[in-house]
Design a protein around this ligand. Structure first.
Ligand code: SF4
Ligand code: FES
Length: 241
């Protein structure tokens, strides 16, 4: 007999070893997420996917599903907490969406829309961070990095390289490029690498592609992030191209 959990009252089947997120995605139930991408092992950093399991909050992308779990997901309380997390990500970096090429294609921005975030609410950190335009085809702007480590995982696990890493602790944690110079142009990254396309924000951009898609026609101009991510899951595609 199939094992099941319930998410917001819906009966959702799972197989042993699947997380709550895996089961939810399989049943076309949207749980907000940024650092999770079904292509890669869970990371557990963004905390957007926190759900209430039998009354206790936990990250659904890392929590294994277990028979008869009762999961609350799409509640006003959890969505308010998620909105605060997104606001914290916005003020921690420099997310100037009106001047970002990823606007309309950005999962952070789309999650903010989904959660009805109207302002960043907190005081901006305005961190002084470098941009790295040293690579011929790929541009890196650390002001927009949310430390999801998808590029780190993609480079290591898919591309068989080790182009990106995370260094530092706490608020000083930051993305690094693994080259003696620290510059992207001195790595073996190529434009076709998965790592160059997996970034959910505008931190890693492909050069000479900017602003080709008119406003109104970008991914999240047309659909909510919940719809887009459920469609990608259904078709077995990665979250973000
Ligand atoms: S550069 Fe993009 S993919 Fe890499 S850690 Fe930052 S936000 Fe994530
Ligand atoms: S999606 Fe689970 S912590 Fe980011």
């Amino acid at each position: 007999m199939n094992k099941t959990i319930t998410i917001d009252g819906k009966i959702v089947p799972f197989t042993d070893g699947q997380t709550i997120m895996d089961a939810a995605l399989g049943a076309q139930v949207y749980i907000p997420h940024l650092c999770h991408n079904p292509e890669f092992k869970p990371h557990g950093s963004c905390k957007l996917c926190v759900v209430s399991v039998n009354g206790r909050n936990m990250t659904s992308c890392t929590m294994p599903a277990a028979e008869d779990m009762v999961v609350a997901n799409n509640t006003p309380e959890l969505n308010d907490d998620r909105k605060v997390l997104v606001q914290m990500l916005f003020v921690e970096g420099n997310h100037i969406c009106p001047a970002c090429e990823a606007s309309g294609n950005c999962q952070l921005q789309a999650a903010a829309y989904y959660l009805n975030m109207l302002s960043p609410h907190f005081t901006h950190f305005y961190p002084p961070r470098e941009v790295d335009a040293s690579h011929p085809d790929v541009f890196l702007d650390l002001n927009r990095c949310i430390l999801c480590e998808l590029c780190v995982r993609a480079s290591r696990e898919v591309d068989g390289k080790n182009v990106f890493g995370i260094s530092g602790r706490g608020i000083h944690a930051h993305l690094v490029v693994n080259a003696a110079s620290g510059r992207l142009g001195d790595t073996n990254l190529v434009v076709t690498d998965r790592a160059a396309h997996v970034c959910p924000t505008g931190a890693i951009l492909i050069k000479r592609q900017g602003y080709r898609i008119p406003i109104g026609q970008r991914t999240f101009d047309r659909k909510k992030i919940s719809e887009v991510q459920m469609e990608s899951t259904e078709e077995g595609k990665p979250d973000h191209e």
